[in-house]
Design a protein around this ligand. Sequence first.
Ligand code: PMP
Length: 355
Amino acid sequence: MENLDFNLTIEKIKESRINQVDFSKLAFGQTFSDHMFVCHYKNGQWQQPQIKPYAPISLEPSASVFHYGQAIFEGMKAYKDDNDDIFLFRPEENYKRMNKSAVRLAIPEFPEKWFDEGLKTLLKIDKDWIKKGVGNSLYIRPFIIGTSTGIMASPSKEYIFFIITSPVQAYYGGEVKVKIADYYSRAANGGFGAAKAAGNYAGQFYPTQLAIQEGYQQIIWTDDTTHEFLEEAGMMNLFFRINNKLITCPTSDRILDGVTRKSVLAIAEKLGIKTEVRPIKVQELLSATEKGTLQEIFGSGTAAVISPISGFGYKGKDYTINRPADLYATKIKETILNIQYNKSEDSFGWRVKVI
Ligand code: PMP
């Protein structure tokens, strides 16, 4: 492994853009804070990183990422409590997952220590972009792209790792109605569905557009071989409450190992909710709906924490979920938010203080 001495150079913006931003009217992921973290990989190693003003970058048209999609990313958030202290939530899970994605896409791994120190320094510099209040946060988007020039189909020899950040408000997508996939697939056995690779998302846009035209907001992906097993949604893992048990499918080659998913499982157990991690079939969902034992479906992910699903469509027929008043989704979401915003004890040790 390369030399892990960390020599971060910092170039600060001349004049902050923060006064041009209306923090009460933020569209998700449209506004970016003053600085970004940048690290180049060349000559077989990661070079010394820099923090500099967020600005356009210049690449040759033949840069490998434009042709062969060697691109991976992460998604995480920073939170501010009432005392102006700043926290991350289980960041080491994201550092590790990015390197798992890197290995699968033949991208050199990025040293976790550099990721951690670089991110924390960036957050300290742009701390005013993180607003207080539950729901407000700074969305963090680390990503790596292959930048070698030349259009031969082989792994890039040069890469850039960036971290950009975007202030966001509580993400409320409204009630989500989903379509269960019976033809298209998101990922395949032996493929790279478990990696947070750009191509996984590009491939979902078209089937999702078709689902939107049919009146749904998202797709629940099923396994590519039989389409019988429920897997995950666009940017969320899935939970099904049947007979007061919370069921989620195991992660695999095809499914992203969500940080929120892991946290939901641990919190549910702590709240005394029975959980099961096992494959779950579309048929089981249909018969539970018929019998009235399906009580909830929700998605879990960094952006919205928990997204309740109001109903689903399968092979042209729509089904609604008769939900009880005391939703697991509500209880679990509140518990996670209280940990993230330093409003409760953190018996799991998930909160990491930045400043
Ligand atoms: N599945 C996919 C495909 C995703 O992109 C995401 C978002 N990262 C998730 C699940 C949820 O993962 P996390 O809880 O780590 O945000």
